[in-house]
Design a protein around this ligand. Structure first.
Ligand SMILES: Cc1cc2nc3c(=O)[nH]c(=O)nc-3n(C[C@H](O)[C@H](O)[C@H](O)COP(=O)(O)O)c2cc1C
Length: 331
């Protein structure tokens, strides 16, 4: 069976707006995990919190809604609502590294407390009307936390375990703790989805050879930088041709801009959102540094868009110099 390719949840990036525009032009992604729905606040039924996973916004790409929290009652309430919306699978975020989240023992802030995770699962699992997966890191402060966590995860019927092999205190940078994962991965009883630093065919092949047990591969920043990547991984014969590549990127960009304009309305909010995306999209072009600096200075959306049009018409694409393959950094 071929590997499943997941689009990673990237709060602020791989939301329905992006997923919808993406699915018009690119292939290879089998399923996306949504950026997390926070369960901290009271109104989990409001459309504001559920807007990213509303079925009418997700017709073109299969989605697994993800939730962030530590209250089993709220998880069950959300799960019931998701089932009404047609979902059969929900993911629990045990990886978010932000201080504001971890201090409240949510996301990776729960990882040093396996007994607490067990307690939450004991309360939550019997009432859940859908399948649960967990997206985790190896720990909050040390990858050594992972051994005890596996014992807890193994005791529950999870749909799969999604692993980003960093620890919370690293945020999204620095080496992944693959040496720690190596001896432990065979102890995991669940299907495994690997998430982290897949940015080209080579990094994918290296990870695949290292972890034959893994059946799903999740890509986040690698897709933002190279939206063709999932298709390239599935079809090694895939070739980028200058004109096709340029046209697809241009049309995708126009569609994304349309979606953002429709969703945000206020010009400044649209501009800021576009700037966020261009911290990754600038890498499509050879002169990425200059391009990003120039765009970052705009205070006016029309000027910003004029510049992006110019880049699509005039700038050399980085794809043909192997430059989409460099390590990706968080903006
Ligand atoms: C800006 C940003 C936002 C993220 N938001 C989420 C999130 O909402 N839920 C989650 O489980 N992981 C989140 N992640 C982690 C990614 O899903 C992924 O595990 C991580 O970026 C490593 O994969 P990559 O190297 O392919 O990007 C986020 C990462 C970044 C950089």
């Amino acid at each position: 069976m071929s590997d499943t390719i997941y689009m990673a949840p990237l709060q602020g990036y791989t939301e329905y707006i992006y997923r919808r525009a993406y699915s018009h032009f690119f292939s290879g992604v089998d399923v996306a995990v949504s950026p997390f729905i926070p369960l901290a606040e009271g109104f989990i039924y409001s459309n504001k919190h559920l807007r990213d996973v509303l079925p009418e916004r997700n017709r073109r790409m299969k989605v697994i809604p993800q939730a962030l929290g530590n209250d089993p009652v709220k998880f069950i309430q959300l799960a019931k609502r998701l089932v009404e919306m047609g979902y059969a699978h929900m993911d629990w975020n045990l990886g978010c590294p932000k201080g504001t989240v971890t201090r409240k023992k949510r996301g990776s802030g729960l990882l040093p407390f396996p007994d607490r995770i067990r307690h939450i699962l004991d309360k939550m699992m019997p009432g859940l009307p859908l399948k649960l997966s967990i997206k985790t890191r190896l720990g909050l402060n040390s990858p050594e936390e992972f051994g005890d966590l596996i014992e807890v995860f193994n005791d529950y019927p999870l749909q799969c375990l999604m692993i980003h092999p960093r620890i919370g205190s690293q945020m999204y940078e620095g080496d992944m703790f693959l040496d720690f994962l190596d001896p432990l991965i065979c102890k995991i009883k669940h299907d495994i989805v690997f998430s982290g630093d897949i940015r080209d065919q080579e990094s994918f092949n290296t990870l695949k050879a290292r972890y034959p047990k893994v059946s799903g591969w999740m890509i986040g920043r690698g897709i933002l930088v190279n939206p063709f990547l999932p298709q390239m991984l599935k079809d090694p014969a895939f070739e980028m041709k200058d004109w096709d590549t340029r046209t697809k990127l241009l049309h995708f960009h126009e569609e994304l801009l349309c979606e953002i304009r429709y969703a945000y309305k206020h010009e400044h909010a649209v501009l800021n959102k576009m700037k966020d995306y261009w911290s990754y999209f600038a890498r499509w072009f050879v002169d990425e540094g200059d391009i990003f600096n120039q765009l970052a200075h705009h205070n006016n959306l029309s000027d910003f868009i004029e510049d992006t049009k110019y880049y699509f018409e005039e700038q050399a694409l980085a794809a043909f110099e192997g430059r989409l393959n460099r390590p990706v950094k968080v903006s």
